[in-house]
Ligand binder design. Structure first.
Ligand SMILES: *[C@@H]1O[C@H](CO)[C@@H](O)[C@H](O)[C@H]1NC(C)=O
Length: 203
């Protein structure tokens, strides 16, 4: 009786161990199959994604000439683009954007500050914080003082009062209230012109 029991236990152990080894090899086999799959799917994909990633999205701004754009340092002008993609039936029916001139270059960005939502046509354009080829001018909201990289729209350290920026007291309070939502970038657009002085925008 005791012998039979021992035999049964032994048999059980053998079954269990063989089961666990087979499940171990299966588990070991799975990731390598996955790896093979992913390397298979990666190879044909990468050339197609890189060849289609250059978007052709330049649009002519109707009725706007290069002479309508600002040309004085730090000047900001509102331009109605009337273009789908910028127009917003509720808040921006004419598709207005801000255009700014600084150091002989043109910049375009969304009308309202991403922090306090006040129009940016009276904002301050400031030189880059440091010298360097990659440095971009800054845009500082005249109401709340939120400051952005004028080329990328990314938020940067807020410009200070000593730079003639910093917003006003009420704006500072609004900025304080919005701070919990995190700093958002401001949408920027690239501009260009053709030989007839018409203005193009990249959407
Ligand atoms: C921008 O601000 C103006 C004035 O406060 C407002 O009328 C307009 O709806 C705002 N536009 C957007 C896109 O928030």
């Amino acid at each position: 009786m005791a012998l039979l029991l021992t035999l049964i236990i032994l048999a059980l152990i053998t079954i269990c161990s063989s089961y666990s080894t087979s499940s171990f090899t299966m588990r070991k086999g799975r990731p390598s199959a996955k790896k093979a799959m992913s390397s298979l799917s990666k190879n044909p994909n990468s050339p197609t994604t890189s060849s289609t990633s250059i978007p052709s999205n330049w649009k002519l701004i109707p009725d706007i000439k290069t002479s309508d754009l600002p040309d004085k340092d730090g000047q900001i002008t509102l331009i109605d683009t009337n273009l789908d993609g910028i127009k917003d039936a509720g808040v921006n029916p004419t598709g207005a954007i801000c255009c700014a001139s600084f150091a002989g270059k043109l910049y375009a960005f969304k009308v309202n500050c991403s922090c306090c939502q006040v129009p940016m046509n009276k904002a301050k354009i400031l030189p880059p914080p440091e010298a360097g080829l990659l440095e971009a001018p800054r845009l500082s909201c005249d109401f709340c003082g939120s400051t952005f990289n004028l080329r990328t729209g990314e938020p940067v350290d807020d410009a200070t009062k000593s730079e003639g920026a910093g917003g006003n007291m009420l704006g500072g309070m609004v900025k304080g209230l919005m701070k919990s939502r995190g700093r958002k970038p401001i949408k920027v657009y690239a501009l260009s012109s053709d030989d007839k002085g018409r203005v193009l925008i990249s959407l």
